[in-house]
Design a protein around this ligand. Structure first.
Ligand SMILES: Nc1ncnc2c1ncn2[C@@H]1O[C@H](COP(=O)(O)OP(=O)(O)OP(=O)(O)O)[C@@H](O)[C@H]1O
Ligand SMILES: [Mg+2]
Length: 112
C-alpha cells in the first residue's frame, strides 16, 4: 500500500477530486497548507515597498491506495491538476505498512 500526498493549486481541488473519484478513490484527507517551491512566491507592492510573500496557500490531498492503483491515481492528479505554469505542485509517494479499519478490524488491502 502507498500513501500519495499531492500538493495542488487551490482552484484545482474540484477537478482533482472528481478525477480521483473517477478512478475509484474513496477515502482521502484534505488540508489547506502554505508552501513554497523553487521560486520565491509572489512579489507584492504595499505602502511603497516591494514585499515578497514567500509561502503561498496550497491544497494538500492525502490518499492511501493499493499498489496496483498508484499509477492510475498519479496520472489522474497530473491530468486534472496541471496548468503548465510554475506552481502546479508536487506528488509524494511513500510506503504504508498497515491499514486497519477500526469498525471491523479488517487489515491490509481490504481495509483501504
Ligand atoms: N520539495 C518539497 N517538499 C515539500 N513540499 C514541496 C516541495 N516542493 C514543492 N512543495 C510544495 O508544493 C507547492 C508547489 O510547488 P511548486 O509547484 O512551485 O514546485 P517547484 O519545484 O517550484 O516547481 P515549478 O518550477 O513547476 O513551480 C509548494 O508551495 C509546496 O507546498
Ligand atoms: Mg514553483
Amino acid at each position: 500500500m502507498k500513501k500519495i500526498v499531492a500538493i495542488i493549486r487551490q482552484e484545482k481541488l474540484e477537478d482533482v477530486k472528481n478525477a480521483l473519484v473517477e478512478v475509484g478513490c474513496q477515502g482521502m484527507n484534505l488540508a489547506e497548507v502554505k508552501g513554497k517551491g523553487r521560486q520565491r512566491g509572489l512579489k507584492e507592492y504595499y505602502r511603497g515597498h516591494n514585499y515578497c510573500i514567500e509561502f503561498l496557500p496550497k491544497t494538500k490531498l492525502e490518499i492511501v491506495v493499493n499498489d496496483n492503483q498508484v499509477e492510475e491515481v498519479v496520472d489522474a492528479i497530473i491530468k486534472s491538476g496541471r496548468t503548465g505554469e510554475i506552481g502546479d505542485g508536487k506528488i509524494f509517494i511513500s510506503n504504508i505498512e498497515e491499514v486497519i479499519r477500526i469498525r471491523t478490524g479488517e487489515r491490509g488491502e481490504k481495509a483501504v
